[in-house]
Design a protein around this ligand. Structure first.
Ligand code: ADP
Ligand code: MG
Length: 198
């Protein structure tokens, strides 16, 4: 379980806000181990493939958006999740290809769930304080829809172990993912604490 991996992208807004170090620091101090890292400007093809790896994503993203409008008692721009999802995809491709991003693989026990928790909910307006999206950015579904752009929420993080596996395969070659031991792995995972006292 301590080898669970998750995929993270610091999106163009995170790079432009000079938050690369802050974001990495947060995952790192949790005890997660960085096992792959690269900076690049994604192509439109990569961005689109990334978001359509899960054939259900279009519908899910549309449903989430509609639910968020409902919760705030504001009419959604459309009642059809797929229509909304397609719009979001177009906006996202434009956003993610607009400049450099930092792509990473983080490893550790429950890496997927822990990183999602630290990253926070999709919409910065309602993501919890203490999370990356809740602490450093102030966007919302509403502002994004009015301006016909993607929600700027600094980070992408895989939503499930299966999603992580597919995303890692898309963004990294197997040899780019490093297998190594950190000294701190012992205090995080070893059954025995032998070796602490001299
Ligand atoms: P998450 O990144 O939290 O997993 P999703 O997978 O549902 O969220 O959506 C992917 C990304 O698409 C979000 O992080 C956000 O940048 C953007 N997004 C989602 N819904 C909308 C929307 N209704 N309008 C604009 N951008 C959106
Ligand atoms: Mg997602």
């Amino acid at each position: 379980m301590q080898n669970e991996k998750t995929f993270v992208i610091i999106k163009p807004d995170g790079v432009q806000r000079t938050l690369i170090g802050e974001i990495i620091r947060r995952y790192e101090r949790m005890g997660l181990k960085m096992v792959a890292l690269k900076m690049l400007v994604p192509t439109a093809e990569m961005a689109e493939r990334h978001y359509t790896l899960d054939p259900e994503w279009l519908r899910k993203v549309g449903e989430k958006s509609i639910a968020s409008y409902k919760a705030k008692n504001i009419p959604a721009p459309s009642d059809d999740p797929i229509t909304l999802g397609k719009k979001v995809l177009t906006r996202l491709v434009k956003f993610v290809t607009s400049g450099p991003v930092v792509a990473m693989v983080w490893q550790g026990a429950h890496a997927v769930g822990i990183v999602r928790k630290m990253t926070g909910g999709t919409e910065p307006l309602s993501s919890d304080i203490g999370t990356i999206r809740g602490d450093f950015v102030l966007d919302s579904y509403q502002i994004a829809d009015v301006s016909d752009r993607a929600i700027r929420n600094l980070v992408h993080a895989s939503g499930s172990v299966a999603e992580a596996e597919n995303e890692i395969k898309l963004w990294f070659k197997p040899e780019e993912i490093l297998n190594y031991r950190l000294i701190q792995d012992a205090i995080l995972y070893d059954v025995n604490l032998d070796g602490i006292l001299e």
